[in-house]
Ligand binder design. Sequence first.
Ligand code: NAD
Length: 261
Amino acid sequence: MYKDLEGKTAVITGGNSGIGAAIAERLGKEHMNIVINYRKNLDSAKTTAEIVKQNGGKVIIKQGDISQDGIADELIDAAVKEFGEMDIFFNNAGMETQKPTHEVSLDEWNRVISVNLNGTFLGTKAAINYWIKNNKQGNVINTSSVHQQIPWPTFASYAASKGGIKLFTETTAMEYAKKNIRINQICPGAINTPINAEKFSDPAAYAETASMVPMGRIGKPEEVSAGAAWLASDESSYVTGQSLFIDGGMVLYPAFQDGKG
Ligand code: NAD
């Protein structure tokens, strides 16, 4: 538990599912106020909201496509209206599509970039504007991926979006450090969430991915939200512009494990 988080307010984009839902549930345990943003699945947003309440947090649900200009501002307005403040903004929502790059249409490319990268830009921009206008310190936490670093053939739009988030996080962290606005990113490895549930339901596919992780297993959303809570808290008060890899060692060149190579 991080005592300083109690009573603070966080907005979580894509907070209805997977890693975003785990972050909402964890911050509920910290007795925070949460705005769960969802795009399509209201039922999962309601289920997550129930768990947040059971965990001791307060919560509202707000629909919106975060790739559209103005939606992040609406989420912040809703937070302030309900809870009186907005302290932490999680740019968590994301998507991926798989196709050989030479077959990807411009529309397909733009969709991934607009949700993952433009959505992160729009959320960060709205949050910074709110804090500057109100003369407050702030905290942005982006969800990047090990694929900000590891190339991923047939997922070029996803890898490009996450690589973009990396330098966007580092650049904005430097740009707003003097205003006491911290900006960091979590970089999950292979985590068992709906984004890859279909793939991991196949034991062979699960085993193949697990074999690419030095710790030999797929991660749990709760293991990611634990890192997110630390970045949200004042325990990380001197940390900005950083990538927190939560990946069982996936970025450590696992092919070299056991002295191979
Ligand atoms: P998920 O599919 O469960 O969650 C994705 C969330 O993003 C959903 O809530 C979805 O509704 C939301 N979303 C998508 N487009 C949106 C839009 N336009 N507007 C608002 N919300 C939108 O998958 P997840 O694994 O929980 O993914 C969360 C984040 O974690 C993503 O950014 C993803 O790239 C990243 N990530 C996941 C893994 C993994 O292995 N699961 C690994 C690395 C990074």
